[in-house]
Design a protein around this ligand. Sequence first.
Ligand code: UD1
Length: 443
Amino acid sequence: MHIVGARPNFMKIAPLVKAIKEHNQTGISPHLDQIIVHTGQHYDEKMSELFFDHLGLPKPDINLEVGSASHAVQTAEIMIRFEKVLLQYQPDAIIVVGDVNSTIACTLVASKIQYPASNLRLATCNSKRRRPLIVHVEAGLRSFDRTMPEEINRILTDQLSDLLFTTEEDANENLKREGISSEKIFFVGNVMIDTLFQHLEKAKKSDILNRLGLINQRLRTSDQGLSTRDYALRTSDQGLSTRDYALRTSDQGLNTRDYALSTPYAVLTLHRPSNVDHKETFLNILEALKEISQKIPIIFPAHPRTQNRIKLFSLENYFINPSTRDYGLSTKHSCIYCIEPLGYLDFLWLMANAKLVLTDSGGIQEETTVLGVSCVTIRENTERPITVKMGTNIVAGTKKGNIINTALSQLNKLNNASNPIPPLWDGQAAKRIVDILVEKLST
Ligand code: UD1
């Protein structure tokens, strides 16, 4: 039973659903039935449904429809509704991902549930265990900042999980330090990066750059008359992965991005409560962004939480809100363009071609590392130190001067699609997880 609730969860379960399907096609025992439970933590079409479509995910089998509320109410509502589902379906394992409220809520329920003793199917799996195996994917990440709700969710979920799948070496160390037995920890790579690799070719077909007015017509037609898309098709015909291709073109002194763009732009995402829920902090960040936007236009697909705060604090003056149909961006305008949240493929392509990404998200720090795009993290810390070690990400803090200085130094760097990728971020993480799961569920 896969648990999803919030936007970043969908990218993480998509490759697992696919890998289980592929395992079943091999005919190797045991066959794994899979069910998707959506808690409904995110419910707007642009925050949820769109992702199922873009990622080719089957619609959730069950939707708990909890919606938004305070942390306590949201977590409690998920728990109450999930307990009934768990007792009805009695899965052998639940798979939780990441660090959102849905992750901890369902983990907590599963850790205390007692299936009826008469459950024969489970008895064949483990006669002592009358509750599901709890599988945490993306375990062990730590910001060491307990004011972040996600940090609480991470620590507690890891303590209650039976199998902990990690994305980076630091996570393994964090878990061991917290007393978790090494036998439960498996370093497998990053499922979100599996999704990125699986969808990059599709993302290239996105027309987001055109819609935003970011494609330079002159450049597009100058290279032997090939459009970016044709070029991408040609390379994939030759059986080259995008990454191989990036390496090859950079060897030849070409940069893939130059094909797609003339207008350099930055992409911004901002939604952490610590950044947007207090007017003074939010204003300070916006002042920094306003100054950065004098050097490079900033495209800002705004999270609903942030949109609400902008209205509440009357901060609309910091942004230009182009009409959705024709954003009509122009290089002449240096400012922050506030647009609606984008779907997975549009956002991926927008990010892949950006000169710079400014963010307070966790996953985006990882995605930019793989894409070789410079990232400025507008937070005091990161739970993903590997992204800093790889050289793409700098944690700037939240002070105006530091954000500006870091962004300007990142802007002076050349993006490099051939920068190193963290160990095991190779598109095979979900397969490794399913192989281990199959082994555990057969014993
Ligand atoms: C949640 C996660 C966060 C993750 C983020 C990704 C927790 C504690 N936080 O934060 O780790 O990075 O998702 O987006 O689980 N809203 C809508 N429509 C929606 C969803 C939310 O309008 O579909 C608005 C509501 O006003 C809601 C607010 O956004 O109150 C916040 O949503 P919530 O799910 O509580 O937390 P996020 O900030 O999205």
